[in-house]
Design a protein. Structure first.
Length: 362
């Protein structure tokens, strides 16, 4: 495998990539869509109803990772916590287990400095990662990396030879698969600038900030000096949903008083890609067991409960997770930057009990 290439090669490949995007988008199945409003089916299957109600007749069924064009957003009477339905071909889909996506190709960046890494976000509905071994050559991996997931890019290199893509690839090392690199097309990931980590109101003392979560109303409120500065609805753990993870942790979100322990901008939750049976502490979805690139995780218990972004549902206001606090990714980023301890680009922040206070109650 020839993996390294010169700056001249990078510029040549990047120019060919950007110049050919209109003719070779390298995203099978998307060229028929106007991506102004497209959703991905983010669960095993979703029924299309004749009317925007669960009591209506099923007209057809879409399956995981199908991409569906939305014609109109409709607010119905049910369900009360999330009454939004999407009018699609054939009827209506409830938005709860859908993932709104876009297709935004990126200009590849040359990441070549030894030991450097950059945080990046997937900006296409999904992208297939590849791995290389001398015995088997290049192999595609499943599941894909999804829109809105975040990953640490460690290098820009050559990847597999494709008939519809000949541009640079980003090399990624995943925390649960730290001995194996995988590669994705550079046009599919947006490299963040480092201001994505900039703290919010760092001048306010630790004791003057606090997060409150009400598990009954599914609301989160952030306070400064006892006054609300941020409020949103969340999706907490499924009460009485059994045990999850390799340590048998309850899916019920714990209530009590906690402190932020550490933060990770990109977290692999669930099973490893390559190590059969290896699991993270807490799963984040009812039927997904592989969730690489979970964005903006802020941990508040030693066993792994966290506030984090969510790219696999839009069903906030009800119990959805295996114990964590699911949030919209942009809101999880706000919490990540607002709480203490502060985060540095190159390291996991870790004060182990000296962070912002968290109160969770019913």
């Amino acid at each position: 495998m020839k993996s390294k290439f010169s700056r001249r090669d990078f510029l040549k490949l990047s120019g060919l990539t950007l110049g050919g995007l209109a003719f070779s988008p390298f995203l099978p199945g998307l060229t028929d869509f106007d991506d102004s409003f497209v959703v991905r089916i983010a669960t095993a299957q979703m029924p299309v109803r004749k009317s925007p109600t669960d009591d209506s007749r099923i007209e057809l069924t879409w399956y995981r990772d199908d991409l569906v064009h939305v014609y109109e957003e409709v607010t119905a009477e049910e369900p009360k916590h999330n009454p939004v339905w999407y009018r699609v071909w054939g009827g209506y889909l409830h938005r709860g287990r859908l993932h709104r996506v876009k297709t935004i190709f990126q200009a590849p960046q040359d990441i070549s400095e030894e030991g450097s890494k950059r945080l990046a976000e997937v900006t296409v509905p999904y992208t297939t990662p590849y791995r290389f071994s001398k015995a088997r050559g290049w192999e595609p991996l499943t599941p894909p990396l999804y829109y809105g997931s975040v990953h640490w890019v460690v290098a820009t290199e050559e990847g597999p030879e494709m008939t519809d893509y000949n541009g640079p690839w980003y090399k990624i090392f995943d925390e649960l698969d730290s001995n194996v690199a995988y590669f994705v097309p550079a046009i599919h990931l947006k490299i963040y600038s480092n201001d994505i980590f900039d703290p919010i109101s760092p001048e306010i003392a630790l004791e003057d900030k606090m997060i409150e979560v009400n598990l009954t109303t599914q609301r989160l409120i952030a306070y400064e000096y006892g006054k609300s500065v941020f409020e949103t609805n969340i999706a907490s753990g499924i009460r009485g949903g059994g045990l999850s993870g390799d340590k048998g942790i309850s899916t019920t979100t714990p209530n009590g008083t906690f402190k932020v322990l550490w933060k990770q901008p990109a977290k692999h939750m669930g099973n490893s890609y390559f190590s059969i049976g290896q699991q993270g502490n807490l799963l984040a979805d009812v039927d997904n067991y592989v969730l690489p690139g979970v964005p903006w995780s802020t941990f508040f218990t030693p066993v792994g409960h966290a506030f984090h972004g969510t790219y696999w549902h839009e069903n906030f206001g009800t119990n959805m997770s295996h114990g964590c606090i699911n949030m919209r990714s942009e809101e999880a980023n706000w919490i990540f930057r607002w709480v203490q301890p502060p985060h540095s680009v190159d390291a996991v922040s870790n004060d182990r009990g000296q962070g912002t206070a968290v109160e969770i109650h019913y």
